[in-house]
Design a protein around this ligand. Structure first.
Ligand SMILES: [Zn+2]
Length: 62
C-alpha cells in the first residue's frame, strides 16, 4: 500500500494528509503551507507602516 505524505497534528497527534488545511479530528488549523504568506503579510504591513511614518515625518517637517 502506497503511503501518502502524512503529518501529525500538533494539537491531538492525529495523522492527517499534508494537503489538509485543518485536522479532521480536532479542527486544528494546519498553517505550515501558508506560514511564508503570513510572514510576507507582516513584512508588507511593516513596510507600509514605515512609508506612512516617513510621509508623516516629511509633512510635519515643513
Ligand atoms: Zn488534531
Amino acid at each position: 500500500m502506497k503511503q501518502k505524505a502524512l503529518i501529525d497534528c500538533p494539537a491531538c497527534g492525529n495523522s492527517l494528509s499534508k494537503s489538509a488545511s485543518t485536522c479532521p479530528k480536532c479542527g486544528h488549523p494546519m498553517d505550515q503551507a501558508n506560514y511564508p504568506m503570513l510572514i510576507a503579510k507582516y513584512v508588507l504591513a511593516f513596510l507600509g507602516l514605515m512609508v506612512l511614518i516617513s510621509l508623516f515625518a516629511q509633512a510635519s517637517h515643513r
